[in-house]
Design a protein around this ligand. Sequence first.
Ligand code: HEM
Length: 241
Amino acid sequence: MHKKSLDPNFPRDFIDAFLIKMEEERQNGQSDFNVGSLVRSTVELFIAGTGTTSITMKFGLLILLKYPEIEEKVHEEIDRVIGRSQSPCMVDRSQMPYTDAVVHEIQRYINLVPLGLPHAVTKDVHLKEYLIPKGTTIFPALKSVLYDRREFPNPEQFNPGHFLDENGAFKKSDFFMPFSAGKRICVGEGLARMELFLLLTTILQNFTLKPLVDPKDIDITPVTTFVSNAPKSYQLCVLPR
Ligand code: HEM
């Protein structure tokens, strides 16, 4: 479909841009721009781009079911800053430190991709008393920063205060690395952070979450698989506000 309607002067999306590049490199037998890599990278974008945000939201809602007092404070901030009639937009975030802190704390607490993605060392590296030989596969254990006790006191505790200063202003942390770090940091970080803020504020602007069990019996411990952390399956009820 993309091939049929392609106009090289007006690429509409990632697939169009890729097809244009494929055409440019057609004479180059070594090019990585071919149909196989187009399919792989498009599928990768869908998997990396949808599962991550939806699991984070699913986990975030479970956490708010357990802590209705935190949900209540987000409701209060939404009503004060955005109101009930306007849709949330990104400029609102700078005036909503509590909600921003809740979104950060959800991402910190759930540690969605505990081992990041594997990387390989391109040359011998000396790290403290260790030698990591060229070619070694490395998994960056993100929990070591997301649960660092000096930066986040009681890291096992869900607490938006981890991202707030004593005046209630948002407090940035260099230890906030759910998207990993460096050259290969998640390319979707900006998009994901926008999605999480807009989804959460839109849901809570319109609904109150109602647990089907006593909040103190809600278990928010992540279920760990090799690739990602996820919440245990649960039921929730939403009531229009
Ligand atoms: C809550 C949301 C998300 C989290 C926690 C997350 C986390 C991560 C992490 C930890 C990595 C590994 C980085 C590394 O190699 O060190 C990664 C890579 C990647 N992410 Fe995300 N991600 C999220 C959302 C997204 C979205 C929305 C997209 C795309 C629309 C996306 C696309 C990618 C891609 C393509 C890579 C591979 C990048 C590369 O190898 O250069 N992610 N992500």
